[in-house]
Design a protein around this ligand. Sequence first.
Ligand SMILES: [Zn+2]
Length: 293
Amino acid sequence: MESSPDPMLNAFTVDVEDYFQVSAFESSVARERWPEFESRVVANTLCIADLLEETNVQGTFFILGWVAERFPGLVRELHSRGHEIGSHSYWHRLIYSQSPGEFREDLTRSRDVLQDLLGIPIRAYRAPSFSITQKSLWALEILAEEGFEIDSSIFPVYHDRYGIAGACPEIHFQETASGRLAEFPPTVFKLGWWNLPVSGGGYFRLYPFAFTRYCLSRVNKRTNHPFMFYIHPWEVDPQQPRLSGPSVMSKMRHYVNLQSTETKLRMLLSRFEFGRVDRVVAGHACTNGSVCG
Ligand SMILES: [Zn+2]
């Protein structure tokens, strides 16, 4: 067994939202009811931040504007620990369910909450549930127009809620009429013609750690490319209240293996090198340029 971490710097990201705000539950939990739920996002996010501190890793936290407004101390704490702060929208609405105007309003509201709190420009964005798809590619131009430089929202897979199956799986640049955006997709592992999602969230909880490690090592070594890992605060919280409305499939995806996430995260952090998205993109652009053109 290899003991030293791979030298390549990979991106570690967290989508900061509470357990009742996820897209899979949105038909059961109306946004007006969010304040009625017990919030667990601060403790869960700090749990992940503490794990990162153990291995001296700085990552990127894409924070929901609604959460940032209610818990400004959390945003300041993450920033003071050296993490990059990005936007995960304000209301966690799927982009393709909004008009371009509604998207811009939600985006700028989330950006302004974060910018006002920290006094720095917010440059990185991740869409709720990776919802930049063929139907909502127009969002890229609005992101560039509103000052964003990095996006991590286009999942190169087939899935019922997100994804563009044939999208470029590596860091690349999207040219828009309003400027250039670096796109860093969640990582997939190529199995023949199939792109297997292997980079975080429910997939990380579902697969045995040895399988995740194998796939991610292969991405680093075979394609000489950094991977993009993502996780949510509620994924390290097996005690979170169970919601009653959602479908069996949604519940299975949300609740599977929550009890082992923390252990798996520790193993992941000891096995690979991680950093903030902006630094990974900058380092990769210097050495490799755009792979997909
Ligand atoms: Zn989310």
